[in-house]
Design a protein around this ligand. Structure first.
Ligand SMILES: [Zn+2]
Length: 409
């Protein structure tokens, strides 16, 4: 494996300790950093300060994404970066590792005496996880025009605060949200470094620290609302119950069945919301969210149909009604094959696929895009136990610096 000299471990440790206290979630463990909340704003300020310290020009785009430029934006720009937001109770690495690595890769390029012949930018994309407003990759999708800005402005969080209001509260003008073709046009290449979310790298090559991404599975989110009749848990006879939790439970089991029935599929109910949510109350309504992923978008749809059918069967027996809303869906993404091959040869790194969505997946429809994954020994992600060894992160930073050095020539 060829990597440059190790990036300064103390600079990495210091950046990491800056972030360690921001957005800690005392209830769930890990971090809850949600778009435009206090933690997110603190991270944005931290990023801007770090970028300015490095002489980069910081700007907010019209979609809540932050950019830091080395050189004036222009055609053929090389862009790297990731996101600062997290899932509720997420790990420390998903998102921030790509941002911190980008900043330290810039340091590394300077140490190597590289003078970019093309502009280089670090981007932090808003609401990558969809943790607050339910739409993953919101910032990159807005920028590329993959979603309608009006419907995004109207999305709201669990406290009924809309995207537009949340943006206004932190000084962003939501009226300018929408496609940004001029910005997109200057991006020549996008490379996102990310902690691996799974253990495919280990399976591909037990000694590999960094892998190059080839594709992202088709994936989507659906909200299923089952409505029955709220009632007393103690006094309501079995034959009088219209309990929406029963069809909701059917969704959970049908999702697990789908994993065994469809090779390569994953289906998860990770969030369920009984209303009103009392221990001694039969819920009147249950909302649940279904996450389904497979290589094929057609199979993904088939799986969702099967799960919804199971919910409807139970709902009919329980005298409940069912409403299904698709919150997001993206087809399988294949990253630029030539670029992927080039990076894998440069880094002597194996090529792996990803079951997780990323802003890189959104951008890949418009510009040559690649991803680097830093190994994650347990494979755990979207949870407090997510972990990457600091020494591996340093290897990742050098790999990113190698890649950027090659691209900015
Ligand atoms: Zn991520």
């Amino acid at each position: 494996m060829r990597f440059g000299p190790p990036a300064d471990a103390s600079r990495f440790a210091s950046a990491w300790s800056d972030l360690a206290g921001v957005g800690r979630d005392p209830l769930r463990g890990g971090f809850s950093r949600h778009t435009f909340d206090d933690a997110d704003m603190q991270l944005r300020h931290w990023f801007a300060e770090q970028a300015q310290r490095r002489g980069l020009e910081v700007e907010n785009d019209r979609n809540g994404n932050v950019w830091a430029w080395w050189g004036a934006p222009g055609p053929g720009s090389v862009v790297t970066g990731s996101h600062l937001d997290s899932v509720p109770g997420g790990g420390a690495f998903d998102g921030p590792l790509g941002v911190v690595s980008a900043l330290l890769a810039v340091d590394e390029l300077r140490l190597r005496g590289v003078t970019p012949a093309r502009p280089l930018a670090i981007a932090c994309f808003a609401e990558e996880e969809g943790g607050r407003f339910g739409l993953p990759c919101m910032g990159s999708r807005l920028m590329t025009g993959a979603v309608d800005a009006d419907s995004v402005r109207r999305l709201h969080d669990v406290n009924a605060v809309s995207v537009a209001d949340a943006a206004r509260r932190v000084g962003f003008d939501p009226s300018t949200m929408g496609p940004d073709p001029a910005r997109l046009a200057v991006i020549g290449t996008f490379v996102e470094l990310h902690v691996e979310q799974g253990r495919l790298l280990q399976a591909a090559d037990a000694s590999a620290v960094v892998g190059v991404g080839s594709e992202i599975l088709a994936h989507g989110r659906w909200r299923i609302t089952v409505t029955g009749q709220g009632n007393h848990a103690g006094t309501t006879r079995p034959e009088d119950r219209k309990d929406p939790m029963i069809p909701a439970a059917a969704a959970v089991f049908a999702a697990r069945r789908a994993i065994t029935e469809y090779e390569g599929a994953v289906a998860t109910v990770g969030r369920i919301n009984p209303i009103p949510g009392g221990t001694n109350v039969i819920a009147s309504t249950v909302q649940l969210w279904l996450d389904v992923r497979h290589e094929s978008a057609v199979t993904t749809a088939t799986i969702v149909d099967a799960i919804v059918a199971a919910v409807r069967d139970e709902a009919a027996a329980e005298d409940c009604t069912v409403m299904v809303q698709r919150e997001s869906m993206v087809d399988k993404v294949s990253f630029d094959a030539g670029l992927g091959l080039e990076l894998s040869e440069l880094l002597k790194a194996p090529v792996i696929s990803s079951g997780a969505g990323h802003d890189a997946g959104v951008l890949s429809a418009h510009v040559p895009t690649a991803m680097l994954f830093v190994r994650n020994p347990s494979g755990v992600s979207h949870a407090p136990d997510e972990y990457a060894d600091a020494a591996d992160c340093l290897v990742g930073i050098d790999a990113l610096a190698d890649v950027l050095e090659n691209l900015v020539r």
